[in-house]
Ligand binder design. Structure first.
Ligand SMILES: [Zn+2]
Length: 231
């Protein structure tokens, strides 16, 4: 009676080894701790990607505002105003500011006039510290979640997929709603530091870019938490 069981156990073991082996071969960009910062099933495009130049040194991505060291690895995602912004990775709240009204922004005309009184730092944002020397910056929000404002004081953990706030256009945005996202080095009491390379584990990203880095002009479906389950 026990021999068939051994045979079955052996077959299960072989199947497990095969499945695990297949899984392991696909680990790469999928091992990234980041998932796109919006709810599963939503499709949003990359308005401006990482700063990139072609062989002739012509700017081909991130050419508008991301072509300096502080924002070289930033992404501007096309999130309409009021879209829930989800934590791309777990951590704790390093800094958060939701004090600006949702319409506190610089229009394109004002920016051209140079007559703007709104500085780049007059923006609602959340910075999540990952505890490994890196943080993620979520910029231009219309509002910051009350739970995140509280956790900024208490130090309670923030889970991946938690709603950090709602997207918006506050700050230096030309009043175009979007989410500026960048991973950056953690510097105590400094919410805007130097951006670092970041890739995403979402299947839709990996399916089109093996390095897991979303490409300017493309739209991506998120593997992050569905909005009903996000907190
Ligand atoms: Zn940006």
């Amino acid at each position: 009676m026990w021999k068939p069981r051994v045979a079955i156990a052996g077959a299960v073991a072989v199947i497990l080894v095969v499945v695990l082996g297949i899984t392991v071969t696909h680990i790469g960009a999928e091992a990234s701790p980041y998932e796109l910062p919006w709810a599963a099933g939503e499709l949003h495009s990359v308005l401006q990607g990482n700063s990139r130049f072609d062989d002739a040194n012509q700017c081909i991505s991130g050419c508008s505002t991301h072509n300096d060291d502080s924002m070289r690895f930033a992404f501007d995602f096309d999130l309409p105003e009021g879209t829930p912004v989800l934590a791309a990775r777990a951590g704790t709240v390093a800094l958060a500011n939701g004090s600006w009204p949702g319409d506190h922004c610089v229009s394109a005309a004002e920016a051209e006039d140079g007559g703007s009184v709104v500085l780049g730092n007059e923006t609602n944002f959340v910075e999540i510290d990952h505890g490994d020397g890196t943080s993620a910056l979520y910029l231009h929000l219309s509002e910051v979640s009350a739970s995140i404002e509280r956790k900024a004081k208490t130090g309670e953990p923030v889970e991946q997929g938690e709603v950090l706030g709602l997207s918006g256009k506050t700050g230096f945005t030309q009043c175009v709603p979007h989410l500026h996202f960048q991973v950056q080095g953690s510097v105590r009491a400094d919410w805007f530091t130097t951006s670092l390379p970041a890739s995403f584990a979402d299947h839709d990203v990996i399916a089109r870019t093996t390095d897991g880095v979303p490409v300017e002009g493309q739209s991506y479906d998120s593997d992050n938490v569905p909005i009903a389950e996000s907190r």
